[in-house]
Ligand binder design. Sequence first.
Ligand code: T1G
Length: 719
Amino acid sequence: MAEYNRVSECVGLITLRNPPVNALSAAVRQGIVDTVERALSDPNVKSVVICGQNGIFCGGADIKEFGSKMTGPPLIPMIHAIESANKPVVAAIEGSALGGGLELALGCHYRIAHSKARLGLPEVSLGLLPAAGGSQRLPRLIGVPAALNLITTGRHVTAAEALQLGIVDQVTDHNTVDAAVKFALSVAGRSLDPRRISTHPCPQQPDLDALFEEVMQKVRQSARGAIAPIACVQAVRAAATLPYAQGMERERELMATLFTSGQARALQYCFFAERAVGRWRMPSGARWDTSKPRPVHKAAVIGLGTMGRGITVALAQTGLSVIAVETQEKQLMEAKQAISGMLERGAKRRGVAPALDRVIYSQNIQAVADVDLVIEAVFEDIALKTKVFQQLSAVCKPGTLLCTNTSALDVDQLASETPNPELVVGMHFFAPAHVMKLLEVVYGPRSSPQAVATAMQLGKKMGKASVAVGNCRGFVGNRMLKPYIEEAFFLLEEGATPELVDQALEEFGFSMGVFRMSDLSGLDVGWRVRKGDGLVEPGTASGRSARIRQGRRYSPLGDLLCEEGRFGQKTGRGWYQYDKPGSRVARSDPWLHSFLGAYRAQHGLVARRIDHQEVLERCLYALINEGFHILDDGIAAGPEDIDVIYVSGYGWPRHRGGPMFYANMVGLAKVLERLEHYQQLHPEVPHLQPSSLLRRLVASGSPPIHKWGEVIKKLHSQL
Ligand SMILES: C[C@H](O)[C@H](C)C(=O)SCCNC(=O)CCNC(=O)[C@H](O)C(C)(C)COP(=O)([O-])OP(=O)([O-])OC[C@H]1O[C@@H](n2cnc3c(N)ncnc32)[C@H](O)[C@@H]1OP(=O)([O-])[O-]
């Protein structure tokens, strides 16, 4: 809907009305066509202003309409009618002007933005490209290199940068609509030809071919199989080399290839999934909109190792004051230096003052007596964490929330060590904690909805993709990672190499394959956990029995490498070799290949040819199968929770939507059939046994992902 008013006697004011972001739905587009026509035909009107209600200009095309048949007036002629108008049209930009919203503004003759506004063409993050003239008008307005950067990255720019780039004509700190109306009055009657962007030639660029070659190479590399960024480069190239009309034709062709693509569906699913996980629910029925978070004005972090330092920075960057506690003096001094450095670098990137004084350092746990929330991040040892929780229960004021950053220990066991288990939740960060988007908020059976609400709200405040999950071994992310890693080990036993497995996973779109990732995070981390589980046995027994532990197939390959001191990047040797300890460039290691050969011979294993398809099916379907177990156990509220966890924390390629969305795309029946196939070949591998939920979904005709909730019953999926 668009509302029309005449203001200041001769300015037609058009207000977009479609909360919450004034998306360009069919009704809004019709409203714009009608109100623009009215303003242009009203003889008393000398100029026009377009603005959005509720302090936001326009969030772009209505993504919710993409799944259905398009109705209402199309965007391109609507915007063209504005650009070719014979009265100046000024866009008053507050909040956001994104995608079709910015394209609408680019059709206007002038753009006035509020200093807090954000502008951009983020279509690429939805698997699309700016298809309402944005890929043709923006290069003409700001030049090819700047337009290429904005369109291929989809990044939002500040009003200040938009002014510097030439996207907007004026920035105001005051009421933007008033400023736009005043501006519109001042330009009434002026010639508009110079303001019709589509009529401008694209600014000449020396050595255009070299520029596009270089950009295309970079984009292909970072895209990791995503098709939209490549189409974006091709669309801008059309703007630089073709007349406007032909360029628009090229834009339309390229958009047609993207609009119905699986990748676009996956990326739009991620967009809505990231918003859906914020509307969390617990099996008890408690939910986001009925649970009031406690205010958190002061927080504390206990233990300033790598994770504790990152968590302290993430908290301080929200504006909170933070008490950072480390009992070891040397560790405390080192942490202080590291944290200050991270805060300064973060502040520089964001162009703000580093708030070093927000963090108070102490060796004494008494210092946290008056905080509202504590995050414990000491060494991953249950006895040590228990002691810390007992100390905190004694020191903290009543009602203080006690959160643990454990990645594998039982949150409810820690809760049972305190007089108020309802105040205990897990806040599972990912390294580096001030950078990684994902936060698993882990609730135990006694965690109060208020504790979950507070942790989720704090996660949002830190800019995290916060997902509420139930307490179980490995929570969601690590629990699914286990079968994925085990399958990779088994593939090595059967003839694969780390290079082959990683190549298959990286071609699929992962930023790092399982073995390169293992070298980065350190092989000793998993070794310690397997030792804790009693799975590691000394010596070099051989034969099948040596590879059955606790009644199931087990590969000691990782343990054997650790016994050789091969912990990965940190020791310069792991599944790959590195120039020196700490360096990051992985190179194939002949030692590792002969070690694998010797290992197979010792265990009577005959290497066979393994292709990428088998690597993907075994590693990904094992992970997905565990996802179905997790849904069936009610540990995750819906498939979107699992997918947001994997996309924002485990490097699952966003243009593949996430493990559960991917399973839906591949076809649940296919996933089931392949799991049954591998389970028959490997009966001693329980995680290949298809989950009963997967069987139930297939038996009920493999409903679309947003309908899985009906089959899962006790779950509370929202999509
Ligand atoms: C032709 C043209 O070339 C092409 C083809 C296009 O134009 S493609 C479209 C391009 N546009 C975009 O990529 C911008 C997408 N939106 C955003 O980046 C953000 O929303 C925001 C604008 C910066 C506001 O952030 P926020 O944090 O204040 O609120 P929110 O929680 O994110 O959003 C609040 C609510 O609004 C919903 N929403 C937001 N943008 C929407 C959109 N474009 N269409 C439909 N719904 C939208 C969102 O799902 C949520 O709903 P619910 O969860 O409450 O039910």
